[in-house]
Write a protein that binds this ligand. Structure first.
Ligand code: RNT
Ligand code: ZN
Length: 423
């Protein structure tokens, strides 16, 4: 993109927004503070680096597509993320799953993992100024093949998973200490049943007990933040998911935990954006798993759609940016995976920028005066204001490709790097 044109367009946008009482420079400053946690699992379809390979299974999640160039080892995955970082403005975080440890081609059972397996990630993250977040991996494992982990009635299996998650917390706290930056450790388990169960109650009682055991150890909040993620249904858990919204919301409120809201984990007509202002009345901080469901929890690449806009608007309107951690959670193996990352990250950033550029004061006043046509008209007009020019300028200032220029960069990476991986 022509730099002078980007600057000119920004100058006009700045004037237009100033007319609405919005300072675009300030909006860009606010956007700089938004750190997005990049889910490492988009680069390799949730494969990880365990030996032997943990084939995605027993997890209530599914990746489709077989686009060439998938990262097959840690150097490749890091190389991909490093590329991504050159194509998006701002500073980000990296979100690791336990199966992505640096196991040096050795078999390390999940109840044996240690901080040392993640040391090379910590060193790498430091080099790139990235924060880290973490996730226990309670799926893709023989002990998850009957669909139950932390809520299992099989005590041997249950204690195995309790130990795994305990170790993940210890690792996460260790990472947080080394980086001097809290790590969000998010617990999602696939537990549930395909067909109508008769004993939901006991599974939920067991899950509660497992979580109590896991959280019995306290770690300093400056190093670790614990989060729990609910789900409505998954593949193979259509009839009941043990860790439902009610379950985890109750648990998080009672035990002072973060609640993770994955916007693919609700009924398609529910809006996560609407839930935020309710949950924030009772819970200090939330974690977002930003995704895009198409008809179901399909985890398509995030786009700048109504759902994402509402989520960002509601956070900004509630002045709750400091209480929200933003992570991405999608996996599309049918397109260039680096392109999937960058498109989704940019969409998430754009949603927050759009929210920062809203004249909320004017809109609130109209609402309080009962001028609801005017409110609606205003909201519609905002959709065609030149926020794209502001985002382009942010990219220019951040020294990353502006607009469609990033597409060519990814095409080049595909030719130079990704396609060579298949030889
Ligand atoms: C699955 C959950 C969970 C996973 C990751 C890989 O439905 O959304 O967050 O996607 O842990
Ligand atoms: Zn999720």
């Amino acid at each position: 993109m022509n730099k002078e044109l980007v600057k000119k367009a920004y100058a006009i946008a700045r004037e237009q927004y100033a007319g609405l009482g919005i300072d675009t420079d300030k909006a860009i400053e606010r956007l700089k503070d938004i750190r997005i946690s990049l889910h490492c699992w988009q680069a390799d379809d949730v494969g990880g680096f365990e030996k032997p390979d943990a084939a995605l299974s027993g997890g209530g999640i599914q990746v489709t597509g077989n686009y060439p160039g998938k990262a097959r080892n840690i150097p490749q995955l890091r190389q991909d993320i490093e590329k991504v970082l050159t194509l998006v403005p701002g500073r980000q975080r990296i979100n690791l799953h336990a199966i992505y440890g640096d196991f040096q081609n050795q078999r390390v059972e999940r109840d044996q993992i240690e901080l040392s397996h993640f040391q090379s990630w910590i060193d790498w993250a430091k080099k790139f100024g990235l924060g880290i977040d973490f996730n226990p991996t309670c799926f893709s494992h023989p002990y998850a093949d009957d669909g139950f982990t932390l809520s299992s009635k099989n005590e041997k299996r249950r204690t195995f998973w309790v130990e795994h998650v305990k170790r993940c917390r210890e690792i996460a706290a260790g990472i947080g200490k080394q980086l001097n930056d809290p790590v969000v450790n998010n617990i999602w388990i696939p537990d549930g049943s395909k067909d109508i169960p008769v004993d939901r109650f006991t599974h939920r009682t067991i899950l509660k007990r497992s979580l109590d055991e896991i959280f019995a150890i306290r770690y300093p909040e400056e190093y670790l933040k614990d989060s729990v993620e609910c789900k409505l249904f998954g593949i193979g858990s259509e009839a009941m998911v043990v860790g439902s919204h009610e379950f985890y919301m109750g648990y998080a409120i009672k035990n002072n935990k973060l609640l993770c809201l994955d916007n693919g984990h609700f009924h398609p007509t529910e809006q996560v954006g609407d839930k935020i202002s309710s949950i924030l009345q009772y819970i200090d901080e939330i974690l977002l798993h930003v995704t895009r469901g198409v008809r179901w929890d399909s985890d398509h690449v995030v786009t700048f759609n109504d759902e994402l806009q509402l989520i960002a608007q509601e956070i900004v309107r509630a002045e709750a940016i400091n209480r929200v951690h933003i992570g991405l959670d999608y996996f599309d193996g049918s397109i260039n995976r680096i392109g999937a990352y960058v498109t989704g990250i940019r969409a998430a950033q754009l949603a927050f920028l759009f929210a920062f550029l809203e004249p909320t004061g004017i809109l609130k006043k109209l609402e309080e005066e009962g001028k609801n046509f005017e409110r609606l008209a205003f909201l519609e007009l905002l959709k065609t204001k030149p926020f794209g020019a502001v985002y382009d300028y942010y990219c220019l200032a951040g020294n990353v490709p502006v607009g469609e220029d990033y597409i060519a960069e990814i095409q080049k990476y595909e030719t130079d790097v990704l396609n060579k991986r298949n030889l």
